[in-house]
Design a protein around this ligand. Structure first.
Ligand SMILES: [Zn+2]
Length: 459
């Protein structure tokens, strides 16, 4: 089957994947393609060209999400089917909603070449294979199909992360997100326009969602499993910590008179790292990921350090206990250093379950392919977590060598990537035939929204 001329073959997939890895390539096999940079534009342009030359219609919405659409349901027949979730008054020629599959093409600074990009390219090939299978079998699907490249999943340049899918899912406000600025003061709206991805298209209306991604952990590798299927996402929250000291001369100021924001901030960083010791091993993970020192001059005692701490656990109570402990310790550090430290909760994401019917669908697809599968939780945030607020979603993982991610050393083998494409193709085929579409608004999978979760935490 896999001869060179076949545009959906395994070798075509590998050629496409390894080509995309050259865009924004770094010295040590990573990529640097932060959202809306020139490198992000080049990757987007590659997707557009590939999709259009393979018969997809590309749309870009107002937050810069890209959708490569395949109309699988004939327009004439769509109106007669009683399709749940059909958009009312849609400009579509076909009224049938879309199965969305995809991930994100942006990366962290000095990020890996697999995180996100694998999921988008796997989805493009899975979609093409599903289209070919339907053409061969003459079967008529229930839904249309679109591959999505979500805007700014990584959040390295514009915070918060998972921005495009959260706007699509109605969790974040479009105008608010367009006004978000990077450290240089450039807004999302300006950056979208600068690379010509300030879209005006109506995005396809989703009925179900599926995503495949690298695990970014080592459970699958350790247990020699081919595929992971996600049952739930971890509870996460961030703490915005502003340490306010007093600027002075590093030479002329007496030690007793210094209010050094960086010294106090250093103790806060250690407290964030050490708070995990209050719980069982690996029950809580924490880091200070961002740290900005002002004025950052070699001869000035720092006046301000702004940082963001990230706390995650499968158990929401553990995160809340750790957060309370940190707030007490930080208040103590502020007192001891006679400076002000402001702490605010933000970006609280509730633990959420994926629909069990989707987990079973993935398990069946994997069994049909003769592969092994394991259920697991995701500690990392994903576009699928946002999408699971809006429609039933399936989230799958392929193994990560050594479990490393968000770094140049990130690696997944070609064989594992190809297995993932086969499984995603199988799951996508079931979704366009109508599977999972009726799993809606059930208590099992619809939890609280991000906004509700945010307001439920006492600040
Ligand atoms: Zn990712």
């Amino acid at each position: 089957m896999n001869h060179q001329a076949d545009p959906s073959s395994d070798s075509a997939f590998l050629t496409a994947f390894h080509h995309v890895a050259t865009i924004g390539a770094t010295d040590n096999n990573g990529v640097d393609r932060q959202a809306l940079t020139l490198e992000d534009k080049q990757t987007r342009d590659w997707m557009r060209t590939w999709a259009e030359s393979n018969g997809f219609e590309v749309r870009v919405d107002a937050i810069g999400n890209m959708f490569a659409c395949l109309q699988l349901v004939p327009a004439a027949s769509a109106g007669s089917a009683d399709v749940p979730g059909s958009p009312v008054g849609s400009a579509d020629t076909s009224a049938a909603p879309y199965v969305l599959i995809g991930s994100h093409l942006d990366s962290q600074p000095l990020g890996g070449r697999f995180d996100g990009a694998y999921g988008v390219i796997a989805a493009l090939f899975a979609a093409l294979r599903v289209k070919e299978e339907l053409a061969e079998s003459g079967q008529r699907p229930t839904f249309n199909l679109a591959v999505v490249n979500w805007f700014n999943e990584e959040g390295g340049r514009f915070a918060p992360s998972i921005m495009g899918s959260s706007v699509y899912a109605g969790l974040f406000d479009l105008e608010e997100m367009l006004a978000v600025t990077d450290l240089a003061g450039t807004s999302v709206a300006e950056a979208l326009a600068a690379i010509d991805y300030d879209g005006t298209d109506t995005p396809p209306e989703a009925i179900t969602y599926a995503e495949i991604h690298i695990e970014q952990g080592r459970i699958l590798e350790r247990e020699a499993m081919d595929i992971g299927v996600v049952e739930s996402s971890w509870y996460t929250q961030k703490l915005d910590i502003d340490v306010l000291g007093e600027q002075s001369h590093t030479g002329a100021t007496a030690m007793a008179d210094r209010h050094d924001a960086l010294v106090a901030a250093a103790k806060v960083v250690l407290a964030v790292a050490e708070v995990v010791g209050e719980f069982d091993d690996e029950a809580l993970v924490s880091s200070v990921g961002q740290h900005v020192v002002e004025p950052n001059s070699p001869i000035v005692v720092p006046r301000r350090v702004h940082m963001v701490a990230d706390l995650r656990s499968s158990d929401p109570a553990i995160v809340q206990t750790a957060r309370d402990s940190l707030r007490r310790q930080i208040a103590e550090i502020a007192r001891a250093h006679d400076i002000t430290i402001n702490v605010e909760d933000f970006d609280i994401r509730d633990k959420r379950h994926f629909p069990p019917e989707g987990v079973e669908l993935a398990e069946k697809a994997v069994a049909n392919e003769g592969l092994s599968i394991r259920r697991l939780e995701t500690m990392a945030g994903h576009d699928s977590v946002a999408m699971n607020h809006r429609v039933p979603a399936v989230m799958m993982f392929v193994p990560s060598v050594d479990g490393v991610s968000h770094c140049e050393r990130e690696f997944t083998t070609d064989e594992d990537m190809l297995r993932g494409v086969r499984v995603l193709t199988s799951v996508t085929g079931e979704l366009v035939r109508g599977q999972l579409a009726d799993v809606r608004d059930g208590e099992v999978w619809v939890g609280r929204s991000v906004a509700e979760a945010r307001s439920s935490v006492t600040v």
